[in-house]
Design a protein around this ligand. Structure first.
Ligand code: HEM
Length: 548
């Protein structure tokens, strides 16, 4: 009698629970959810995220999504609560529409403190970004005496002597690893702008420390999967001593953080003493433009909103950590992306002496000329505005960022609650939605033969130059589909800075040297959020061009 009472109670309960789970985990997502109307590239996607997680785990996400969009159209459902989109219109809805960033970005909280890149919520994010966005605007960059002085040191005293030395009889046949060199040059630019030239990384000259630093940076790659995609599982495993992230990755992160914190603290101390103990560095090469702007921004926020500021417990109470967190993000974001773009750009230039000659001819129209003078220096350096307006130089840079999209992976955002429309579909709030430059840049309607590096797509097609008829249409298409720096409120903060330092470096080199491939083994890019050559290297040899 007692047994039958127990089964009378448990059986219906268990059956109800099973029915509920079947409805919740299978029937609702695959039949009743509004997302069920969206095509799935694999039968499991409507009930499980395993298909997309597996592609991510194996470093195949970009290619897998590309194939999915080719077959199933611009909006595909890649998980029960996840969409991938690949159309300019959907990108506009999501990224210009100000959807919040997904928690995926919280891995980029350095020192446990958010930065502009990692802030999820619009309000916090815009307060942070506003503090520094003016020093990264095109007009500020083109006119900054500090940046001009920093560029002079980096190009004339660090880069050109090294390239010239590589042309000597003993070094010439082996060439130099330009991937490492360009990451170093990009780091020297961004770290000078953040900390001032005297505290910059000086990676072009400090090759052994640069190698060590790049090693630390590289070993972390590929190990973000568990922490970013499965954060709760990852935390639970760490608690029981089964942390899926290897200890050397934590050690590398700690060392990179300590490196930046030391430079950041030294810069803050310098600025606190400036005008009292220390001579003012303002507008000189040693001006720490970005840290200066950040400190002023945090102080202004405190004066304006005090303890009511949304940033009170972070940026205001943890000012020095916040500065270090923000700057670490800028130097990490700035060095690899720019270094990778320059590597692929020089790789393509090295395959065509005709294109190198045409670029040199264009560069030599500049006044002052970027030719190396008698002292082995380019003095003065080309005017930034004039340089920016050179059509061929602009075209080769744009095509490189299109074809190789150094930050080309999916950029996850969260659909706002309660729901929104993306294209023809209703999307419930909380759904993870992403687009990627990798995919948008392979849209054949805007970029025929998208795998081909073809700079002529961009010639005479700048939105700021007046065009007519057909050209105007295609001009809009190529620029509308270009997403190398993302778009909307979360667009790259450093896009103008990156375009400026890439153009200046290419001008300084190709006005004076030709480059030739020595070893391009492993040049094909990795499939990742930030891709890079598989070998992490490209060996080129340089030859000095005679007076023309
Ligand atoms: C060729 C070089 C570069 C490329 C291709 C690039 C690309 C991008 C892309 C695609 C994003 C959006 C990422 C996302 O939302 O997931 C981004 C964001 C960002 N980038 Fe860059 N970037 C470059 C250089 C730089 C530099 C030099 C800096 C230095 C300040 C920088 C700082 C940032 C920051 C702070 C964000 C976050 C912006 C926000 O959330 O509002 N980037 N970048």
């Amino acid at each position: 009698m007692a047994t039958s009472n127990i089964s009378d109670f448990y059986l219906p309960t268990i059956l109800t629970l099973v029915a509920f789970l079947i409805y919740r985990c299978i029937l609702y997502p695959s039949i009743f959810s509004p997302l069920s109307k969206i095509p799935t590239p694999h039968w499991s996607c409507s009930i499980s995220p395993v298909w997309i997680l597996w592609a991510r785990f194996n470093g195949r996400e970009n290619r897998t999504l590309h194939a999915a969009h080719k077959q199933y159209g611009p909006i595909v459902r890649v998980g029960p609560k996840e969409l991938s989109v690949n159309s300019v219109e959907a990108v506009k809805t999501i990224y210009q529409g100000g959807f919040d960033k997904h928690e995926w970005y919280s891995l980029f909280n350095n020192y446990g403190v958010p930065c502009t890149f990692s802030s999820a919520h619009a309000k916090h994010h815009s307060l942070r970004k506003r503090m520094v966005s003016h020093v990264y605007s095109k007009s500020y960059i083109n006119a900054s005496p500090a940046l001009a002085a920093q560029a002079d040191i980096i190009i004339n005293s660090r880069l050109l002597p090294l390239i010239q030395k590589s042309t000597s009889a003993s070094q010439h046949p082996h060439g130099i690893d330009v991937h490492s060199l360009f990451c170093a040059a990009a780091m020297d630019f961004i770290s000078s702008y953040c900390f001032g030239a005297c505290r910059s990384a000086d990676f072009i000259r400090r090759k052994s420390y640069r190698d060590h630093w790049l090693e630390l940076y590289t070993v972390r790659k590929g190990y973000g999967f568990f922490a970013q995609e499965l954060p709760r599982l990852s935390k639970a495993l760490s608690v029981v001593g089964l942390d899926p992230t290897p200890s050397w990755v934590h050690a590398a992160n700690r060392e990179l953080e300590a490196w930046c914190k030391e430079l950041s603290d030294a810069t803050i101390r310098f600025l606190e003493n400036e005008g009292t103990g220390e001579k003012s560095a303002i507008n000189t090469a040693d001006d720490p433009v970005v840290v200066r702007a950040l400190l002023a921004g945090i102080e202004k926020e405190y004066q304006t909103s005090g303890t009511a500021s949304p940033l009170y417990t972070t940026a205001i109470q943890k000012r020095d950590l916040t500065v270090a967190s923000e700057i670490l993000d800028h130097v990490l974001a700035g060095q690899e992306t720019t270094g990778v773009a320059l590597t692929y750009l020089s790789y393509h230039l090295s395959q065509s002496l005709t294109l190198q000659r045409d670029i040199r001819t264009e560069l030599l129209t500049l006044n002052p000329s970027p030719k190396i003078g008698p002292g082995g220096k380019i003095q003065p350096l080309p005017d930034s505005k004039q340089l920016d307006n050179l059509p061929l130089l602009h075209a080769v840079v744009m095509e490189t960022v299109r074809r190789y999209a150094p930050a080309g992976g999916s950029e996850p955002r969260v659909a706002p609650r309660p729901c929104c429309r993306i294209g023809p579909y209703q999307v419930p709030g909380g759904t993870r939605v992403s687009a990627s430059a990798y995919n948008l840049h392979r849209d054949e309607s805007a970029f025929p033969s998208p795998e081909t590096w073809d700079h002529t797509r961009w010639l005479h097609r700048r939105p700021d130059s007046k065009q007519n008829g057909d050209d105007e249409k295609s001009e809009k298409d190529v620029y509308r589909h270009f997403w190398g720096f993302s778009s909307g409120g979360r667009m790259c903060l450093g896009s103008n800075f990156a375009m400026h330092d890439m153009k200046l470096l290419i001008a300084a080199i190709y006005a004076n040297y030709t480059s030739h491939i020595v070893d391009d083994d492993g040049i094909e890019p990795t499939d990742a959020y930030t891709g890079h050559p598989k070998s992490n290297s490209l060996y080129l040899r340089f030859e000095r061009v005679g007076a023309e």
